[in-house]
Design a protein around this ligand. Structure first.
Ligand SMILES: Nc1ncnc2c1ncn2[C@@H]1O[C@H](COP(=O)(O)OP(=O)(O)OP(=O)(O)O)[C@@H](O)[C@H]1O
Ligand SMILES: [Mg+2]
Length: 606
């Protein structure tokens, strides 16, 4: 027989390699998502801070315009309440008017940055410009003046002058009784306004005006007059008319203005500064959008904080990711070691199992050797006798009586050989097996009948059978054969007056718990010595002079063919009990062959 061995690979699966890469990828993905989210949130916080600042600028511009308008309104009312100014204005006395209103205007110019003061007649013809006395007599037909005249109420708003100056103007009608005495106009340059906003909010402002409202020559004249610097061609569609810083960043160009006008805000690098730009629309007193107010904030420090916090989050994520990965790596290392140990153990067990099978095989081969030796021995003795007796008969052929006697001996030796070979054949015949549903009580009774006919001493045999019929799927011939062997053994061990008891009782298989039946044969004989108990099932083991030692091996073989087993036990009051356990549901099919003989020895003594 060839030993079947199954091999296990000497290398266990690489647990670490199988898990670490997927885990690392997932971890990188999670950390990447975390860093991206943190970056996105930081950007949002930064952008919100910037747009809040821009909104604050817009609000402050409105507030300042309103506040200055109120102040100018109060100034004009004070003048209108002054009888000396009123008389001078009514008389169109420019000298007296200048004498009365001049000091107040100078104070306003010095302390409140008021730059313009006009006295215009009801026909809008200028009587006096307090800020430029030599100019008068012209018609002032700016939007604020005409609206004040047409609506008869105070009107204020930004006005763009031909020289490119942007002025906040307030025009109030001056009434006396039902007549309109004229119009007072007061104004301040927007340049002062943007300076104040810069001081309040730490932002730089650039006032841009659309070129379509200006003429290049006049604008150039304005620059010279106001002592400002500027280039008409610096931008395509706009010119800068006021600014809080002389340094206009290079990045503030037409495309930047275009995107700012679209509502976007821009962050760009200017040298080592980071600048944030936004734009607010500028409308004049007629409600026309005449240009834009560009708000620029130096966010170098804010950007530095932003970059540092993003870097800190990234570094922290990398560190914690590396930590988690290292932890996971070492855990996997431990798992892999455990796995390796278990694998080695399994390998060792497999090797032991293989060695065990090899030993069983060797044992079987040695049992086969013993069996062959026994057969040779059993046949050799009578054959040697036959040879010797035949030689003797040849020598004493002259004596017919002696020759007959020798021939009888030869016949007996031959008969012994024949009987031995017969029992060998019976043993071999056990291999053929045909099972069918069989009433087991009937098999028992037939066997007992046969036994009683062959047993010369007529020993009493008692049978204890269940009342209801027991049908088992067995080979009745083999069961009869096994039971007969047990009865013969029992009879051989029993003294003259002993009785033999056969019993059939239900019993569970102690190993599997399967239901079955126990067929026992008990005698009152001499019993079995403990030192031979483990040998009695070995083929050719016998303690009887004329025994072959094949009876019990046959019984055991029959039990195994039926998926059963044989037990032997000493009875308390002397004697022996052999029992064959047979399963209730015996499904013997080609896929479910009978058990092997080598498993049987362990059933002894159950
Ligand atoms: N009922 C029993 N009481 C005492 N000893 C027994 C009993 N049955 C078997 N034995 C012992 O077991 C041995 C083996 O029995 P087994 O039936 O295999 O062979 P055998 O009876 O010696 O010879 P064979 O059955 O071939 O004529 C017997 O020689 C005997 O010593
Ligand atoms: Mg026997």
């Amino acid at each position: 027989m060839r030993l079947k061995t199954s091999s296990v690979g000497t290398q266990p699966r690489r647990v670490k390699a199988a898990f670490i890469w997927p885990f690392a990828i997932v971890l990188i993905f999670i950390l990447g998502a975390f860093v991206a989210t943190a970056y996105y949130l930081e950007v949002r916080v930064r952008d919100r801070a910037l747009s809040e600042r821009v909104a604050a600028v817009g609000k402050l511009v409105d507030q300042k315009l309103g506040k200055d308008t109120n102040l100018m309104q109060a100034v004009l009312r004070t003048m209108m309440g002054n009888p000396a100014i009123e008389t001078a204005f009514a008389n169109r006395d420019r000298v007296a008017l200048m004498r009365e209103a001049g000091p107040l205007f100078e104070t306003l110019r010095a302390d409140h940055r008021i730059t313009h003061l006009y006295f215009n007649g009801p026909d809008l013809v200028n009587v006096l410009r307090a800020h430029s006395q030599q100019e008068y007599g012209d018609v002032i037909d700016r939007a604020t003046t005409t609206q004040a005249r047409d609506q008869g109420v105070a009107v204020h708003g930004l006005e763009l002058g031909p020289l490119g100056t942007l002025t906040l103007r307030l025009v109030m009608p001056w009434r006396r009784s039902n007549d309109v005495l004229g119009y007072l106009e007061i104004g301040e340059e927007i340049e002062y306004l943007v300076q104040e906003i810069r001081d309040s909010l730490s932002v730089d402002l650039f006032v841009m005006v659309d070129k379509r409202f200006l003429l290049p020559q006049q604008w150039q004249q304005g620059l010279a007059l106001l002592g400002r610097e500027g280039k008409w061609d610096r931008f395509d569609t706009q010119v800068m008319v006021a600014q809080t810083t002389p340094q206009v960043p290079a990045a503030l160009n037409d495309s930047a203005l275009g995107s700012l006008r679209g509502g976007a805000t821009e962050v760009f690098e200017d040298g080592n500064r980071a600048l944030h730009l936004a734009m607010l629309p500028l409308a004049d007193a007629r409600g026309r959008r005449i240009g834009d107010l560009v708000v620029m904030r130096d966010i170098t420090a804010l950007q530095g904080t932003f970059q540092r916090s993003v870097l800190a989050v990234t570094l922290l994520s990398l560190l914690s990711g590396a930590g988690v990965l290292a932890l996971f790596y070492f855990s996997l290392e431990r798992v892999e070691q455990d796995y390796q140990r278990q694998h080695d153990l399994e390998h060792q067990l497999l090797r032991l199992g293989t060695e065990h099978k090899l030993m069983l095989q060797i044992e079987k081969l040695s049992a086969l050797g013993t069996m062959v030796g026994e057969i040779a021995h059993q046949l050799n003795n009578p054959l040697v006798g036959v040879v010797n007796l035949a030689q003797l008969a040849a020598r004493e052929a002259d004596d017919p009586a002696r020759t007959r006697e020798l021939l009888k001996e030869i016949h007996r030796a031959g008969a012994d050989c024949h009987a031995f070979i017969q029992s060998m054949l019976r043993f071999a015949k056990v291999s053929s097996f045909e099972s069918r549903p069989t009433p087991i009580a009937q098999v028992i009774e037939e066997t007992v009948l046969l036994f009683c006919q062959t047993e010369s001493r007529q020993l009493p045999v008692e049978t204890l059978l269940p009342e209801r019929p027991v049908i088992l799927t067995v080979d009745p011939i083999l069961i009869r054969h096994a039971l007969f062997n047990l009865l013969i053994n029992a009879a051989q061990a029993t003294p003259d007056e002993g009785a033999i008891v056969i019993a059939l009782s239900p019993a569970l298989n102690p190993d599997s718990g399967a239901p079955g039946w126990l067929l026992s044969v008990s005698d009152h004989g001499k019993g079995i010595a403990p030192d031979i108990l483990d040998k009695i099932f070995l083929p050719f083991f016998t303690t009887r002079r004329d025994g072959t030692g094949l009876g019990l091996p046959v019984v055991q073989h029959v039990a195994l063919l039926h998926h059963g087993y044989v037990t032997v036990s000493r009875r308390p009051k002397g004697g022996t009990q052999f029992a064959i356990w047979l399963p209730q549901d015996n499904k013997l099919t080609p896929d479910n062959p009978p058990a092997q003989l080598e498993h049987v020895a362990s059933n002894i003594g159950r």
